[in-house]
Ligand binder design. Structure first.
Ligand code: CS2
Ligand code: MG
Length: 403
C-alpha cells in the first residue's frame, strides 16, 4: 500500500498557462500530471481541487486502474475535455509515482522500448510561402525528419498556425478571444503551391505535414487531399470537424492522402467509428486530454487492430509533463506513428526541468525514474495565471466558423 497523503494543483504561467497536479504519498514519493486545457484551465483546476482530490486521500497510489475507473464511472457524468483532462492528470501522476517506486523510467513499465526513439515533427510557418520554406529549411538543418507546413493565406490578415515568432507558437493570445476572418476559397488556392515549393526546396526525404484545423467540409477536404497527392503529404490533419465520424467516409472516397484527427478527442468513443472503418490513418488523441496513459493505451491498442497509428498532439499548450508522458508512451507501443513537438520556451523548460531530449529527428524520454520531469514550485510561483483565450473564427460575411 502506497498511501496518497496529499495532492494539489499548481497553476503557473511562464509565458502561457499550465495546470499541474502533484500527488504525494506516505513514502515521500511524488508524481506530476498535466491538466492543461487551453483557454479553460481553471475549470480543470477546480474539477481536480474541489471534486477529485478529496476522493484521492488515503487511496493506494499503486491502484492506477482502479482509481481511473473510480474517477470515470464514479463521476456519473462521463467524458468531456474537463473531466478527462482531470482524470489524465491523476493517471499521469500515479504512473510517475509507480515508475519512481520501481526505480524505472515509465516506458519500462509499459513494455519497454519498441524503437530507438520517437520520430517528431517540427512546426514550420511563415506569412508567405517563401518565409515558410525558409523556416522549414531551418528545421531540416536541425535534423527533423518531419516538418509541418503552415503558411499565410493571401487575402487573409491571419490564419491558424502562423505566428509572429517563428519558433514558439501560442494561439491563446488575448484576455478575450481574438476574432479572425476565414475564406475557404482563398485557403484552398494557397496550399498546393506551398507544397509544390516545399518539395522543390526540401526534396523527398523529409515528411511534410499540414493541419487544416477543422476548416473544410468533407467534400472540400476530399478536393484538397486530391490536390496534394502529387506532393505525398505525410498527413492532412483535422480536415473537417469530427463530431460526425461518418463525414470521413466522403473524404476517403476522394483521396489517398493520409488523414490524422483527434487532438480534441477525450475518449475512445470519439474515434471508435473512425478507427474501425479505417477512415483515418493516425489518431492524435493525447495523454492530457484523453484520460492519461491508461486510456490512451486502450485507444492505441484498438487502433492497432485497424492499421491506425498514433500521431499524438504535442503543441506548446501541452506541458513538458505531457511531452514526457507522450514519449514514454510512444517509445513503448507497437503502432507509434509520429509525435508532434512544438518546442517550449526556455522559461517553461526552467519551470519543468526534464530528462527528455531531441537528436537526429527523434526524441527519447530519458532514463530517469517515472516520467523524468520535475516542477520547480518556487519558479512556478513567480508566474501567476493570466487569463487567455483561443481565437474565434468567422467567415468573411461574419458567420461564426471553426477556428
Ligand atoms: C494545433 C494546436 O498542434 C496542433 O496541431 O492544432 O496548435 C492547437 O491549435 C492548440 O493546441 C490549441 O490549444
Ligand atoms: Mg492540430
Amino acid at each position: 500500500m502506497l498511501e496518497i497523503t496529499g495532492a494539489r494543483v499548481i497553476v503557473t504561467s511562464p509565458g502561457r498557462n499550465f495546470v499541474t497536479l502533484k500527488i504525494e504519498t506516505k513514502d515521500g514519493l511524488t508524481g506530476l500530471g498535466d491538466a492543461t486545457l487551453n483557454g479553460r484551465e481553471l475549470a480543470v483546476a477546480s474539477y481536480l481541487t474541489d471534486h477529485v482530490i478529496p476522493c484521492l486521500i488515503g487511496r493506494d497510489a499503486h491502484r492506477i486502474e482502479d482509481i481511473w475507473q473510480y474517477l470515470y464511472r464514479g463521476a456519473y457524468w462521463r467524458r468531456g475535455p474537463v473531466t478527462m483532462s482531470a482524470i489524465a492528470a491523476v493517471d499521469m501522476a500515479l504512473w510517475d509515482i509507480k515508475g519512481k517506486a520501481a526505480g524505472l523510467p515509465l516506458y519500462q513499465l509499459l513494455g519497454g522500448a519498441s524503437r530507438e526513439g520517437c520520430m517528431v515533427y517540427g512546426h514550420a510557418n511563415g506569412t508567405t510561402i517563401e518565409e515558410t520554406i525558409d523556416n522549414a529549411l531551418h528545421y531540416k538543418e536541425q535534423g527533423y525528419r518531419a516538418i509541418r507546413l503552415q503558411s499565410g493565406v493571401p487575402g487573409l490578415a491571419s490564419t491558424y498556425g502562423v505566428s509572429r515568432d517563428r519558433y514558439f507558437y501560442e494561439p491563446a493570445d488575448a484576455d478575450l478571444p481574438t476574432e479572425t476572418l476565414w475564406s475557404t476559397e482563398k485557403y484552398l488556392r494557397s496550399v498546393p503551391p506551398l507544397f509544390e515549393a516545399a518539395r522543390a526546396a526540401l526534396g523527398w526525404d523529409v515528411h511534410l505535414l499540414h493541419d487544416v484545423h477543422h476548416r473544410l467540409t468533407p467534400i472540400e477536404a476530399g478536393r484538397l487531399g486530391r490536390d496534394l497527392e502529387p506532393y505525398r503529404p505525410f498527413w492532412m490533419e483535422d480536415a473537417t470537424p469530427a463530431e460526425n465520424q461518418a463525414n470521413f467516409r466522403l473524404i476517403r472516397q476522394h483521396t489517398t492522402t493520409p488523414l490524422a484527427v483527434g487532438e480534441v478527442f477525450n475518449s475512445v468513443w470519439d474515434c471508435k467509428q473512425l478507427i474501425e472503418e479505417q477512415l483515418i490513418d493516425y489518431i492524435r488523441a493525447t495523454v492530457v486530454h484523453a484520460g492519461g496513459i491508461t486510456h490512451l493505451r486502450r485507444i492505441a491498442s484498438f487502433a492497432d487492430l485497424h492499421n491506425v497509428r498514433t500521431g499524438c498532439h504535442g503543441a506548446t499548450d501541452l506541458s513538458p509533463v505531457s511531452m514526457a508522458a507522450a514519449l514514454h508512451f510512444g517509445l513503448s507501443i507497437p503502432n507509434f506513428g509520429i509525435q508532434e513537438y512544438m518546442r517550449h520556451t526556455g522559461k517553461t523548460d526552467a519551470v519543468f526541468p526534464h530528462a527528455y531530449s531531441f537528436a537526429d529527428g527523434l526524441m527519447h524520454p530519458g532514463e530517469a525514474p517515472g516520467l523524468g520531469v520535475e516542477l520547480d514550485e518556487a519558479l512556478a510561483a513567480e508566474h501567476p495565471y493570466k487569463r487567455a483565450y483561443l481565437p474565434v473564427n468567422r467567415l468573411e460575411d461574419g458567420t461564426l466558423y471553426n477556428w
